[in-house]
Design a protein around this ligand. Sequence first.
Ligand code: ZN
Length: 175
Amino acid sequence: MSVVLIRTYGDPILRERCEVVAYEDGKKTALLLEDIVRAIGAAGMSAPQIGLRQRVICFQNGDVIISLINPKLSAVASEEAEVDEGCWSLLGTLAPVSRPVSCEVVGTNIEGQEVSISLQGMPARSCQHEIDHLNGVLFIDLLSEVKRHLVLKKHRKFKIDKKIRANGIRIQLRP
Ligand SMILES: [Zn+2]
């Protein structure tokens, strides 16, 4: 059984800009992210959340998981919607975040092909949330100061209540 540490708010890696990664390295990270997303039922996960400064994300799109290496938003809708959002690095709280309702993302998929994918609704939101992580941006940055304060307070309380260590959440993966 391998153990992965999901970094939580306060870990400096969550505020760093991730680097473009070679396909083979990105693929290894993507496979690990997919295992984690499956194991914990997350909507998505990004490399910096597991301590890797690489531009790799994965997210749920209906029944399938999409992994992208060096993803870039190539277009976003002008229409935005406010929907409750959470994050495994900021567990214990949700807050409504306004984001474009659809987007188009380009990047390398797990098979090594350059792809362009159109997304709407939740997958579009997850994809934007995960790409933000690659730039050191967290969903709380998109909130008003008052709401951000409230979210951080709830997250701190959650960590104390669940006795989560300062450095993150341990996830066990089956071999
Ligand atoms: Zn997140």
